[in-house]
Design a protein around this ligand. Structure first.
Ligand code: GTP
Ligand code: MG
Length: 335
């Protein structure tokens, strides 16, 4: 009798693979969007190089890490070697240069944690954030993209989780919830922890890619095409993974003691990171270690109010995945 129930449960959840995959497909940006992005980057590069001929432009964030949904803003990093000028000054000058061209809503945000210039290109309709020398973000973008190439279930899961987080308004760091970057790391970590594992730990393998950025050594295995079909021994489907992900964050994660770590492919303890106390604004109520800036907790934005909101949303989602006859609609119901 037990056996029969299990079989029924398993078939039940798999009924939702088709609608979940349809949602995933509908979020993938069409090719023409990539073309427009490249067109804008070429224009920006031309303008930047007039002032700084040696400067290079890099795309980072979701337009380059393969976790970008259709119609996202793009993130651009300008690499400039100008030791004698501070970032705020470069940002002001950059804004000036771009202002004079055909670009709209050019704004210099010099006091943000990462100073940026924001703008909109009326030709392509794309909005973009430009930062200076934020090369760690360019490297973590590559790490995420390399993980996505290993097993298609990562991209599927992350699109669905990001879509859920946006619909439920728990993807707003200025309101104390998590960044898209944090959610993608949570997905990678979840797939690293499956048994059999669906993803390996690239930073725990032979180094084939190595750069030092801002005194941080970034080393990992990036010949992912050599990994073959790494996750093939694990047959879990997208619907099972979505259910399992929410179940983990609703009922299994040890919020008091655990830090999730993509760098090690495991859970580590808050004690070993000295993340047990509140220091300044860092409260460590949900701990997600940055894979390269290991002193950096991506959960630092979460406060005592937003942790409740987050955990209630995880529970809501877990319960929908467990019991709702139509989880694909209910999960994404606007908050
Ligand atoms: P969406 O724009 O929501 O689709 O996702 P995104 O991945 O572009 O996220 P976001 O615009 O918030 O961040 C852009 C990129 O900046 C991320 O992909 C990371 O590469 C990087 N980034 C964001 N937050 C942090 C952070 O706290 N630390 C570090 N090191 N990098 C970050
Ligand atoms: Mg972005």
């Amino acid at each position: 009798r037990m056996y029969k129930r299990q079989v029924i449960c398993r078939r039940d959840i798999n009924v939702f693979n088709v609608p979940f995959l349809a949602i995933y497909e509908s979020l993938i940006p069409p090719e023409e969007e990539k073309l427009k992005q490249n067109q804008l980057v070429a224009l920006l590069e031309k303008l930047v190089n007039k002032e700084w001929p040696a400067a290079k432009l890099y795309l980072y964030g979701s337009c380059a890490n393969s976790f970008g949904v259709s119609k996202s803003d793009i993130d651009v990093c300008v690499a400039i070697e100008e030791a004698d000028m501070d970032k705020a000054k470069i940002i002001m000058k950059l804004a000036d240069i771009l202002q004079s061209d055909n670009l709209q809503n050019v704004q210099a945000l010099t006091r943000a944690r990462v100073p940026i210039v924001k703008l909109m290109d009326p030709v392509t309709g794309i909005s973009c954030d430009i930062c200076i020398n934020n090369l760690l973000a360019v490297v973590n973008t590559k790490l995420l993209r390399d993980y996505a190439l290993i097993d298609p279930r990562l991209r599927q899961l992350a699109f669905i989780i990001k879509h859920w987080a946006k619909s439920r308004r728990v993807n707003e760091t200025y309101h104390g919830t998590l960044s898209s970057y944090a959610y993608v790391l949570m997905c990678i970590h979840y797939l690293q922890m499956r048994r059999p594992a669906i993803l390996p730990c690239l930073q725990d393998m032979d180094t084939t890619y190595c750069v030092t950025v801002d005194d941080v050594n970034c080393a990992f295995f990036d010949k992912v095409e050599k990994l073959g079909d790494f996750g093939r021994h694990n047959k879990e489907t997208i619907a099972q993974l979505v259910r399992g992900f929410f179940h983990y964050w609703a009922y299994c994660h040890d919020y008091a003691n655990a830090v999730i770590s993509v760098r090690t492919g495991s859970i580590i303890s808050k004690r070993e990171k000295d993340w047990t106390r509140r220091i300044g604004l860092d409260r460590h109520l949900i701990c997600i270690e940055d894979p390269f800036e290991t002193s950096h907790d991506l959960g630092r934005v979460v406060d005592k109010y937003s942790i409740k909101v987050l955990r209630e949303e995880f529970e809501r989602a877990a319960d929908i995945m467990q019991n709702d006859p139509n989880p694909c609609n209910k999960l994404f119901e606007p908050y």
